[in-house]
Write a protein that binds this ligand. Structure first.
Ligand SMILES: [Zn+2]
Length: 132
């Protein structure tokens, strides 16, 4: 997908400069602009209909839907236990622990994170106003 440099910069910052799925910081180059599925096309912000995605998530997800990607990710611990002696050893020694945490994508958490940051900023400026 061809985007202008400006649109690409705007898209890269859509979720705080992070991959829409995993939340890892995106490099300046070497990430992908991916079309949103209909359910996510109305995500707030500029570049509606597009999501910035890191190379690793793009490779893992392929052409799967976001929900199919979520299911795939939810099976990662099981697969690691089944196929990796290193992972089983790390579990046996308590170095890693399985949780029942649901797979949440960064774009789902991002709105809550930014709303929380705005609330703290607003409360802090109100405190400063009342203290002055
Ligand atoms: Zn990612």
């Amino acid at each position: 997908m061809k985007l202008t440099k400006t649109k690409r910069d705007v898209l890269r910052r859509k979720f705080g400069g992070c991959c829409a799925y995993c939340g890892n910081e995106l490099p300046a180059r070497g990430w992908h602009a991916e079309r949103c599925e209909a359910d996510f096309a109305l995500l707030p912000g500029e570049c509606r209909g597009l999501m910035p995605v890191c190379t690793e998530c793009r490779t893992s997800k392929g052409n799967a839907s976001a929900e199919a990607f979520r299911v795939l990710l939810s099976q990662q611990v099981y697969r690691a236990q089944r196929h990796s002696v290193n992972f089983r050893t790390a579990m046996r020694f308590g170095l890693v622990r399985e949780t029942a945490a649901p797979v949440e994508f960064w774009f789902e958490k991002y709105a809550a994170v930014t709303a929380s940051a705005q609330r703290i900023s607003t409360e802090s400026s109100q405190y400063q106003d009342s203290a002055a």
